[in-house]
Design a binder for this molecule. Structure first.
Ligand code: HAX
Length: 425
């Protein structure tokens, strides 16, 4: 890991000094204001978090370390991980070292499988996945070294150790859970030398005769990797990590948030919605039929999953990437065709609902149909896939936050009476 540690050591020593000076010289300048509506509106739009791994401008979508997503869709997830951690893409030697490091750390402790098999057979795969991460807490290098009295400037190195140990194991854990939870037979090992995403596909055991499913999964793991730090999962994980809880605690905390239907679980909800339209009409619905179905969903008080976003005000470029993949590889698949028709129809419906700020598809609108096409039909599992990828962002944000020596998170809350007084005084 020497290339990675050396790189991070030099990048963050300089960045820490720069931020110290910046805050010393400009610490009292106002960067954002909070209205009453924002305080009661989930803090939407309040600029008070620092995240250098990625940003999400409402009119552009995901930018990782200054590079727009569309420039990154052909990369490997490990390249993205290096980019998130270090701020630039790796060269060949750096990538090879990281891949080797992940392979070397990938063995899952046997007790994880004992706990997984002791869980109720109908447990949600996300509950299993997050439990697996949490019970490995005793392996934390950060927790051990903290107890031994490591100095503050060593925190990021111990966090990096935890990050690599966890990220290396996640495909094995996720694939093992898939096979156990959906009765697919014994666990499968990845081929020696397989990369992180390839190994995951091999361990799922769905077969990939023409290599397309591996291509999709590599894309999937890149697209879901990071989305700045204000979303529920990243924010929860970072808050927990700021208490110096190690990454086993903080990553599982964040991913519990990803399991919510308004967040990562929307991908399974979205495919359900698409399949429901297919079942109800008995064919690929026409645009008129989809329009009616969308109105029915709205009138019943439900959200149209996969559409809308707290930050974005355009079609999510992650959706664009999935749509392009579908058009190239499975344009004839009826379920993909519905996804494409929904995209032609639903935004026009949502635009008519005044309160909805973003009528466009988000990342979750298209991914499920593609997974379904390649035989991954158990949609309860989809958020686990999302989690494997999002762990890249959450763990790299934790390394950065420790390297920058950011303090414990502690915004101020007030009772309603105090807010009333503040606005009526
Ligand atoms: N269908 C129906 N109503 C919607 C909607 C949708 N797709 N998107 C927003 N709205 C509603 C909201 O529920 C809210 O209604 P109330 O005031 O009655 O509560 C109103 O429109 C205003 O919401 P907003 O300001 O436009 O959006 P928010 O920032 O509050 O919420 C959400 C953003 C993503 C949660 C929302 O758009 C939504 O629920 N979408 C459907 C679920 C979904 O796709 N979630 C995944 C988002 C991406 C992600 O995090 N992936 O992990």
């Amino acid at each position: 890991m020497s290339l990675l540690t050396d790189k991070l050591g030099s990048v963050y020593a300089a960045a820490r000094d720069e931020i110290k000076t910046l805050v010393k010289e400009h610490g009292d300048k106002v960067v954002s204001q909070v209205t009453l509506a924002q305080a009661y509106g989930g803090m939407r739009g309040v600029k008070s978090l620092v995240c250098d791994t990625s940003e999400v401008p409402p009119d552009k979508g995901l930018i990782i370390r200054g590079i727009e997503l569309k420039e990154l869709t052909g990369k490997l997830p490990e390249e993205i991980y290096w980019l998130l951690l270090c701020g630039e893409l790796p060269n060949a030697a750096e990538l090879a070292e990281l891949q080797q490091e992940l392979r070397a750390r990938s063995a899952v402790p046997e007790y994880v499988w004992s706990v997984m098999s002791a869980m109720p057979a109908d447990s949600h795969p996300m509950a299993m996945f997050n439990t697996a991460i949490l019970i490995m807490q005793k392996e934390s290098v950060f927790a051990r070294r903290y107890n031994e009295g490591m100095t503050k400037d060593e925190y990021w190195k111990a966090t990096l150790d935890d990050a690599l140990n966890i990220v290396a194991k996640l495909p094995n854990i996720a694939a093992g859970i898939y096979r156990m939870r959906f009765n697919k037979g014994p666990r499968i090992e990845a081929a020696a030398g397989a990369d992180w995403g390839q190994g995951y596909v091999q361990m799922l055991g769905l077969g990939d005769p023409n290599g397309e499913f591996t291509k999709l999964m590599q894309l999937y793991l890149v697209l879901h990797s990071d989305h700045e730090s204000g979303n529920v999962s990243a924010f929860s994980a970072a808050t927990v990590n700021s208490a110096l809880s190690d990454l086993y605690y903080s990553l599982s905390a964040g991913l519990n948030g990803l399991a919510g239907p308004l967040h990562g679980l929307a991908n399974q909800e979205c495919l359900k919605w698409v399949l429901e339209t297919h079942e109800m009409f008995g064919h690929v619905p026409t645009n008129k039929e989809l329009e009616e179905f969308a109105w029915k969903t709205l009138e019943s008080g439900k959200v149209v999953p996969g559409y809308g976003h707290a930050v974005l005000r355009i079609t999510d470029p992650r959706f664009d990437a999935f749509l392009a993949f579908g058009k190239q590889y499975c344009a004839d698949d009826p379920i993909f065709q519905i996804v494409s028709n929904v995209f032609d129809t639903v935004p026009e419906v949502l635009k008519q609902v005044q309160k909805i700020k973003d009528p466009w598809p988000n990342v979750d609108a298209g991914s499920g149909a593609l997974l379904y096409h390649y035989g991954l039909t158990e949609f309860d599992y989809y958020t686990v896939l999302f989690s494997v990828s999002r762990a890249l962002g959450i763990t790299s944000q934790a390394v950065v936050n420790r390297a920058m020596a950011y303090p414990i998170t502690r915004p101020k809350s007030l009772p309603t009476g105090a807010f009333k007084k503040a606005v009526t005084a």
